[in-house]
Design a protein around this ligand. Structure first.
Ligand SMILES: [Zn+2]
Length: 77
């Protein structure tokens, strides 16, 4: 019965290693996601507020925190 015991232990070791690897992959993915968010921060041209690019209002390669600031900045030009 020794062979079966070795196979069971090998299977359990493989299972634990797989769970650890999944956990590390998940953490790496989370870290990569937050780095992407930091990289896509943009500055409002009107008030200087830093906002995530996906939340910014874009106009003529300039970014604004709101439609109101886009309107005010374009009025000043
Ligand atoms: Zn603004």
């Amino acid at each position: 019965m020794t062979l079966i015991r070795i196979l069971i232990i090998a299977f359990l070791v493989w299972l634990v290693l797989r769970l650890i690897k999944n956990k590390i992959d998940q953490q790496n993915r989370k870290r990569a996601d937050s780095q992407d968010q930091i990289a896509t921060m943009v500055r409002c041209r009107h008030c200087g507020l830093h906002i995530p690019k996906q939340d910014a209002v874009e106009s003529a390669n300039q970014y604004y925190c709101s439609q109101e600031h886009r309107r005010l900045a374009e009025k000043n030009d």
